[in-house]
Ligand binder design. Structure first.
Ligand SMILES: *[C@@H]1O[C@H](CO)[C@@H](O)[C@H](O)[C@H]1NC(C)=O
Ligand SMILES: *[C@@H]1O[C@H](CO)[C@@H](O)[C@H](O)[C@H]1NC(C)=O
Ligand SMILES: *[C@@H]1O[C@H](CO)[C@@H](O)[C@H](O)[C@H]1NC(C)=O
Length: 274
């Protein structure tokens, strides 16, 4: 048994040495320091500071960083000695995510993963009215929504962050009560059979959490929108106003015509008298 354990120990030393020969390192997690809550597909929010990621391994030959997002964008790295770096000069919030550094080094392939965090910001496809308020937490008011009585509607919480946020919905400051008509699915709130009781201020609070340099942050984004409900027959009123205006116009024209005719008749009478 002592022989077995000795040889096992020797094997372990060899394996550890092999592992050590391709041991790599990678830059620690960092975060994008955003100072505004507003981002969109057309105008993604930019960060002033450049983003630098590095990774290293003994006998490094080549390396690339793969952004572990939907697009899996590849960033070829610049090699200096055993160190591979990429620098993005003016990154947008969309550069947040996990990055895998794939290195070709002396001992073979080696991968290391690091994270680039970002607090929740409003990221929408459409250009919408977004009013931000300053502060530690981002407080945002977005375009009001008018729903039609009896209709149905989806509202999504337009929060973008890495890691993904936890989302809480409130209505007029109270936790939203769900029912057969009001349901939640991921970041989407669905209201069906809209009635006047659905009016109010709907807010979603998105909080994520990350640790950078032993400091844990829990930034919050609160997005509110006013929801009003209009009657199914709301279209009747503008139509009624148009019809009434037309009637008044016709009456005025008719009245003027009568007065004109009367004046002409009177003038004709004077002429005849002369
Ligand atoms: C983030 O940016 C703000 C404003 O530009 C600055 O005051 C703050 O020091 C920055 N924070 C870090 C950790 O770089
Ligand atoms: C690699 O390069 C970056 C940027 O030049 C530097 O900050 C980092 O400390 C280097 N890493 C190692 C392990 O030398
Ligand atoms: C809301 O989302 C659900 C699921 O995607 C969809 O079936 C429904 O048609 C949407 N309703 C509206 C009013 O957009």
């Amino acid at each position: 048994p002592s022989l077995l354990s000795t040889s096992l120990a020797m094997w372990w030393v060899v394996v550890a040495a092999l592992l050590h020969s391709v041991e790599g390192a990678v830059s620690p997690p960092q975060y994008l320091n955003v100072t505004s809550a507003r981002s969109s597909s057309i105008h993604p929010l930019h960060i002033k500071n450049p983003l630098t990621l590095w990774c290293s391994a003994d006998g490094l030959k080549s390396a690339k960083f793969v952004h572990l997002s939907k697009e899996k964008k590849i960033h070829p790295a610049k090699i200096t000695g055993n160190n591979a770096t990429i620098t993005i000069d003016s990154p947008t919030v969309l550069y947040a995510g996990d990055y895998r550094c794939e290195m070709e080094a002396k001992g073979g392939m080696k991968t290391e993963t690091t994270s680039v965090y970002v607090r929740p910001v409003v990221h929408t496809e459409l250009v919408e009215k977004v009013d931000e308020k300053e502060g530690e937490n981002f407080i945002v008011d977005m375009t009001a929504i008018v729903l039609t009585e009896g209709g149905s509607f989806n509202i999504t919480c337009p929060a973008f962050s890495h890691p993904l946020p936890k989302i809480k919905w409130t209505k007029n400051g109270n936790i939203l009560t769900l029912s057969s008509r009001i349901s939640l699915s991921g970041d989407r709130l669905t209201i069906t059979g809209v009635d006047f009781s659905d009016e109010g201020v709907y807010s979603c609070e998105a909080v994520n959490e990350f640790t950078v340099a032993t400091k844990t942050m829990r930034p919050m984004l609160k997005v509110s929108r006013i929801v009003t409900v209009k009657s199914q027959y709301a279209w009747v009123w503008p139509l009624a106003v148009i019809i009434a205006t037309l009637l008044i116009l016709i009456l005025v024209i008719w009245f003027c015509e009568i007065r004109k005719k009367n004046r002409e008749k009177r003038a004709a009478t004077y002429l005849a008298e002369d």
